[in-house]
Ligand binder design. Structure first.
Ligand SMILES: [Zn+2]
Ligand SMILES: [Zn+2]
Length: 257
């Protein structure tokens, strides 16, 4: 038995968006308040974090994430990685580097954007977080941590390669736009599929609702959840339009699998 907690289900500007008065942003409902996208998987008493956006500190306090066993970084965009420095708290708590899995393309970007993780610069008063980086590549399709098997696959958001993961019958694919049909081989017999969906109108870098629903139809999971939701997607009015096995995820949603 495992559990997933949605720490954030918003897009890169979250919701409410600064200075926006749209129906979603003006809403008082918790279902329309979305932090940057991230999930926590809990299995065998292990905490597995997928992505660490700029809202991570608030998310970690709210959900009492007091330890971190595995961190998976899907790709090197601000809304998924801006909280990297905050992970150094877990170095202090656990007295060891954080085990991090990522694609080699992502690792290359981390090295440039977060060079203070890799160089010792005494002029910096704060030391960078310490990671134990594990690069995942196309030669394999899974890795193991402890007794947990993670299956992984990649796809593209425009030209950027993004990592998707599967644990048991749960799969999480965020920031997907282009993919090879062989991805479906690893998405068979899913109980829960989580896929990103930015808005109704088409964009070059994200699924819109139509594309997300077409993808879900091909995968045919028992249940699908949409995340990485832009403020164009108002929770209640959009929920009515979705197909029967599909729901909008929301911050704080917890699912067992
Ligand atoms: Zn808005
Ligand atoms: Zn994103």
């Amino acid at each position: 038995m495992a559990k997933v907690v949605f720490l954030g289900t918003g897009a890169s500007t979250a919701a409410p968006v600064i200075n926006c008065r749209c129906k979603t942003c003006a809403s008082d409902s918790r279902y329309n308040k979305r932090l940057r996208p991230s999930i926590l998987i809990q299995k065998n008493r292990k905490n597995i974090l997928v992505d660490v956006g700029p809202d991570f500190r608030i998310q970690a306090i709210k959900h009492k994430i007091n330890k971190l066993d595995v961190f998976i970084l899907t790709h090197a965009h601000f809304d998924h990685m801006a909280g990297l420095d905050d992970l150094r708290i877990y170095n202090r708590i656990q007295h060891k580097p954080i085990r991090c899995y990522l694609l080699k393309e992502t690792f290359r970007e981390v090295k440039v954007k977060y060079d203070h993780f890799f160089t010792r610069n005494l002029q910096h008063h704060t030391q960078g977080a310490k990671f134990d980086f594990h690069i995942v590549d196309n030669k394999k399709s899974s890795f193991k941590f402890d007794d947990i098997t993670f299956e992984y696959f990649s796809y593209f958001q425009d030209s950027k390669k993004v990592l998707g993961i599967r644990v048991d019958n749960f799969a999480y694919l965020t920031d997907i736009k282009k993919y090879d049909d062989k991805i479906f081989d690893q998405l068979e017999n899913l109980d829960i599929l989580v896929v990103s969906c930015l808005r109704f109108k088409a964009t070059d870098v994200h699924f819109n609702l139509k594309e997300a629903e077409a993808f879900i139809k091909k995968v045919n999971p028992k249940k699908a959840y949409l995340t990485h939701l832009g403020h164009e997607i108002e929770h209640f009015s959009t929920s009515k339009k979705l197909s029967k096995n599909t729901s909008l995820a929301y911050d704080g949603l917890e699912l067992n699998f």
